[in-house]
Design a protein around this ligand. Sequence first.
Ligand SMILES: Nc1ncnc2c1ncn2[C@@H]1O[C@H](COP(=O)(O)OP(=O)(O)OP(=O)(O)O)[C@@H](O)[C@H]1O
Ligand SMILES: [Mg+2]
Length: 228
Amino acid sequence: MDRVKTGIAGLDEMLNGGIPAGRHVALYGGPGAGKTSFCFEFIYQGAKMGENGLYVSLEETADDIVENMKSTFPLLTDTAQLIEDKKIELIKPEKLDLEEVANLLEDRITSNGIKRAVIDSATMIRLAFKSDVEYRQTLFEFLSLLRNLDVTTITTVEATSARREEMRFDIEHFVMDGIINLYNLDREDRRVRALEIFKMRGTDHSRDLVPFKVTPSGIKVYVGEKVF
Ligand SMILES: Nc1ncnc2c1ncn2[C@@H]1O[C@H](COP(=O)(O)OP(=O)(O)OP(=O)(O)O)[C@@H](O)[C@H]1O
Ligand SMILES: [Mg+2]
């Protein structure tokens, strides 16, 4: 099976090599959990490996994302060059519309050979729907469109709770091929970042809750370590 290496330190080991190619993964997390940083690094590492990537931002402008990521990951010094060379593309669509996002993806795949893409966030799109049924239907149709394209995607979803035990199943849990959860766990006097692969269709994977850090050179997942 072809796999798409995330390039995030430790994560590919947990995924037995990477995300199965052509699959569509949801990345869950509360505010500040690290969703945007995680997704940006996924695109960045792909670009370094010769796979062009597209970051579709539905909330922040492309410039804001680039500025924030430069400050979060100051040691990824070639970010600006990769953007200039169109190995990384960042786009904020005008409308909050999944059909428009699908068209955008198709267009960039055809004209720039995009291999991996990020949609940040699905929650922005969901808010535009009056009913959950309508959203679920549209999300399902969106995924059907994506399955005809040669692309691997990560879509962020805002978790309603930062607490692991309060995580409830949402529409995306059932529709998406994979789920990765990011937590900002509450400890006595601090918060600890942790990650788990909750589901990944088509591959065996680690089921451990493991600590991770956002460092200047990228995200580090501490495989085999316990969360304290
Ligand atoms: N320069 C930095 N150095 C260390 N940590 C940083 C730096 N910049 C950001 N962070 C950490 O990363 C967090 C934000 O990460 P990120 O934007 O990826 O989260 P998010 O889940 O996308 O948040 P949101 O829900 O607001 O979209 C900050 O709250 C901060 O803790
Ligand atoms: Mg974000």
